[in-house]
Design a protein around this ligand. Structure first.
Ligand code: S3P
Length: 452
């Protein structure tokens, strides 16, 4: 794992806390962000499942994606990815194909990566190879029943039986049953695990969801030779099939771009463009939310990488933001951006409501509680009513001096609270700031380069 050099505006102590200084000038000009995390995980995992050697490029080099790379390596895929001048990973992955994965010599440690752990459960379901799956403290607290329950219906076993959390040992079966499953929540991780198992089951496996979650799996599986039917809130695969090697180019991560975009909206005089970023509509709900707040944000399509659209997101400082309501059915399109959007809402006139955001309680940390706690440190009134998050904005809000935010080791919280310092007038301290390496190791460098 490579790390960017320490930034001029952050002094990191051994504890991993950082003092984030205000940016010296507005953000301006063009930037790119590292490869999309969700698409990178899928590129690595699907290549490992496939027959033959896949070529992948633009893959995000971050701790989470490294967890997926290490996992498939332990299971017998041959991975030869090299660091590129732009910081991404590119190269070949030779999968296990019809022969299946080998028994790893020890548990698969997914680190902090929920996507690795949950997608892996689907990857392993068709093979009678016992594999222990585990993760760090945060991942060991996260619910896994949502994945194991449908996979058990298909015939996979998990030991010890009845466990809700990692570590668990999965024992798959070559005799998987196709199922139709009504997911209790909109989750692309759950949808993907079921569809990946479904590729190997005889018959059609269908996953219905309460609102549309990100669809990278449905877009990428056909590239690997697996026909997939997808419509609003439903996706199906018909098996058994074997994935065939493919070429995958990963566009920039909109969830990382969101931090640069929100910084530009908040910092006076700013005007930026983020290029080569995924414009998948299931991912760029944050641009719509910002527009609803009156922010000067726009998107322009430039092309497609495989079936994934990409292009440019532009954003300018907007002094007169106003609160808005984000309806429940749109939350899946901003699920990772709620914390930073809540920060923007703190500077808007009036109340912003995020409806039905209960899923945030079971992310890398309880992001609902953490957002309320962090905003309160800024003197902003924020509260949770049922599963709705309310933020009472204060136009002209100034972050008080001497605030110490705790990221709780959650990368998206670390970057959210860093923005309070970067776009404000006084430094802030962010504890466990180094968790940014989970998804966006060069975050500070990118944002500082825009402010030079
Ligand atoms: C992801 C899906 C989302 C998201 C996570 C990545 C994926 O989680 O929050 O960061 O790559 O499928 P859920 O599936 O739990 O909604």
């Amino acid at each position: 794992m490579s790390h960017e050099p320490a930034s001029a505006s952050a002094s990191s102590a051994a504890s991993g806390h950082a003092v984030i200084e205000p940016l010296p000038s507005p953000l301006h000009g063009a930037a790119t962000v590292p490869g999309d995390k969700s698409i990178s995980h899928r590129a690595v995992l699907f290549s490992a499942m496939a027959e033959g050697t896949s070529r992948v490029s633009g893959v995000l080099d971050s701790e989470d994606v490294r967890s997926s790379i290490a996992a498939v390596g332990k299971l017998g895929a041959q991975v030869s990815l090299e660091k590129q001048p732009d910081g991404s990973l590119a190269g070949g992955i030779t999968g296990w194909g019809a022969a299946g994965p080998k028994k790893p010599d020890g548990p698969i440690d997914c680190g902090n990566s929920g996507t690795t752990a949950r997608l892996l459960m689907g990857v392993l379901a068709p093979w009678d190879v016992p594999v222990e799956i585990t993760g760090d403290e945060s991942l060991q607290r996260r619910p896994m029943r949502r994945i194991t329950a449908p996979l058990m219906k298909m015939g996979a076993r998990f030991e010890p039986g009845g466990r809700e959390t990692l570590p668990v040992t999965e024992v798959g079966t070559r005799d998987l049953r196709a199922i139709t499953y009504d997911a209790p929540m909109a989750s692309a991780q759950l949808k993907t695990a079921v569809l990946l198992a479904g590729v190997y089951a005889r018959g059609t496996t269908t996953l219905n969801e309460p609102s549309p979650s990100r669809n990278h799996t449905e877009l990428m599986l056909p590239e690997f030779g697996v026909p997939t039917t997808a419509a609003d809130r439903t996706a199906s695969v018909t098996g058994p099939r074997t994935l065939q090697a493919a070429e995958v180019r990963v566009p920039g991560d909109p969830s990382s771009a969101a931090f640069l975009v929100c910084a530009a909206v908040l910092k006076a005089g700013s005007s930026i463009q983020v290029e080569n970023v995924s414009l998948n509509t299931a991912r760029i709900g944050f641009t719509r939310t910002l527009e609803r707040m009156g922010a000067d944000v726009s998107v322009r399509h430039a092309g497609a990488a495989g079936k994934e659209p990409y292009g440019i997101i532009s954003a300018c400082h907007t002094p007169n933001l106003h609160g808005c309501e984000v309806p429940a059915e749109k939350i899946a399109t901003i699920v990772d951006e709620v914390p930073v959007l809540a920060l923007v809402a703190a500077f808007a006139r009036g109340v912003t409501v995020f409806r039905e955001v209960g899923e945030l309680r079971v992310k890398e940390t309880d992001r609902l509680a953490a957002v309320v706690e962090g905003l309160e440190l800024m003197g902003v009134e924020a509260y949770i009513d049922g599963n709705d998050l309310y933020v009472e904005g204060q136009p002209g809000l100034r972050v008080p001096e001497g605030v110490t935010f705790d990221s709780k080791g959650d990368h998206r919280l670390a970057m959210t609270w860093a923005l309070a310092g970067l776009t404000g007038a006084v430094p802030v301290t962010v504890e466990n700031f180094d968790s940014v390496k989970i998804s966006y190791p060069r975050f500070l460098n990118d944002i500082e380069r825009l402010a030079r």
